[in-house]
Ligand binder design. Structure first.
Ligand code: ATP
Ligand code: FE
Length: 346
């Protein structure tokens, strides 16, 4: 089945064509994404109105490019999968509207996709991975540990009680005057002394596998204020110390989740933008080795937002005529009643 995916929930305008479903291994025929960093840079964060307008202006072009690069014609598409949430409502609306228009014009179903299901299944774009697997989902808005029992069956084991991991990286970047969010922190921390500054160890001794990042964020701020003005060395060491502290916490809670998982679960998957972090990937590798599990992580371009994962997740949503009336869902937990919107998910 040929699926066109559309993603516009945050600040990437993305479209992709993926062959998926019918039991075959997924194949990405094209994946196009236009970022909006420059448009938001003067404001120090994503401005929803600017994001929505940028999506609306560029979606047609991005979709055209995805179809062209895939070497297919619009008439060959079997369905349109568009992110319906969670995310910024204006952006989601822009993508859904383009998706509905295309679906109507082509006479194919529109399937509304949960953006987090996209992240959760992104690993299947490049690897054949059997269910169930334990998923560490660490993105700009979410930090969760989930058991993925099937392409549309998610059970949450833990979540953040305050900030998301990506948010903590983004705030740290801002505090230290670094561009590029979490990737900027990773770059700045290269070669730094990660042991120089002590980071808190959140939720230590508490049962379960929830996350908390607010204490770490405060520690970075206080350390930076205490040292101001920061030398290049201070900056390098502080970025490295924060990154190591965050990875430490993620790894510790992931290990707790491994112990909470049913015995037949022996694969860990990491997904979402923070899963692009090289230090975290290395630490997770060490963890699975210690516990006799295996680890699968998508390549960097499929960790951060992309439309290929949305197209793939769209293969597992049952088409419904009501879908053309789908409204954006700014909040849409993954493990909620998986019937989802429009009766979409089984
Ligand atoms: P959500 O998926 O929860 O709606 P989102 O779509 O904005 O949020 P993603 O695109 O999955 O999130 O990930 C973006 C996040 O990943 C940002 O917070 C960014 O700082 C972080 N990130 C990207 N690369 C790295 C890296 N190398 N190290 C740490 N964090 C990173
Ligand atoms: Fe995302």
């Amino acid at each position: 089945m040929l699926i066109l995916g559309i993603e516009s929930s945050c600040d990437d305008t993305a479209a992709a064509v993926v062959r998926a479903g019918e039991g075959a291994r997924a194949e990405v025929l094209s994946s196009v994404a236009l970022g909006q960093d420059e448009a938001h840079a003067p404001y120090g964060g994503v401005v929803p109105e600017i994001a929505a307008r940028a999506h609306a202006e560029r979606l047609d072009e991005v979709v055209d490019r995805a179809v062209e690069q895939a070497g297919v014609s619009y008439g060959e598409l079997d369905r349109i999968a568009a992110t319906a949430g969670p995310g910024l409502v204006g952006g989601v609306m822009a993508g859904l509207t383009v998706g509905k228009g295309l679906a109507l014009a082509l006479g194919v179903p529109l399937v509304p996709v949960n953006h987090l299901a996209g992240h959760a299944l992104s690993v299947l774009l490049e690897a054949e991975v059997a269910f169930p697997y334990l998923l560490l989902l660490v993105s700009g808005g979410h930090s969760q540990l989930l058991l993925v029992e099937g392409p549309d069956a998610f059970r949450r084991l833990g979540t953040t009680i305050d900030d998301a991991a990506g948010e903590a990286f983004d705030k740290t970047a801002k505090l230290l005057g670094l561009s590029g969010g979490g990737a900027g922190v990773q770059r700045a921390g290269e070669g730094g002394n990660a042991r120089r500054f002590r980071m808190p160890r959140p939720l230590l001794g508490r049962p379960g596998c929830d996350f908390s990042f607010s204490g770490m964020k405060t520690a970075v701020r206080q350390t930076a204020e205490g040292l101001a003005p920061l030398s290049d060395g201070d900056l390098r060491d502080l970025a490295a110390s924060f990154q190591a502290g965050a990875a430490d916490h993620l790894v510790r809670q992931t290990e707790a989740a491994m112990m909470m998982s049913p015995a037949r679960t022996t694969r860990l998957v990491a997904a979402g933008g923070v899963a692009a972090n090289a230090h975290l990937r290395e630490r997770l590798g060490t963890l699975v080795e210690k516990r006799g599990w295996s680890l699968t992580v998508p390549s960097l371009r499929y960790c951060t937002d992309n439309a290929a994962m949305i197209a793939l997740a769209g293969a597992y949503v049952d088409p419904s005529e009501d879908a053309l009336g789908t409204a954006p869902r700014p909040r849409w937990p993954l493990d909620e009643d998986v019937a989802g919107i429009g009766g979409g998910r089984k």
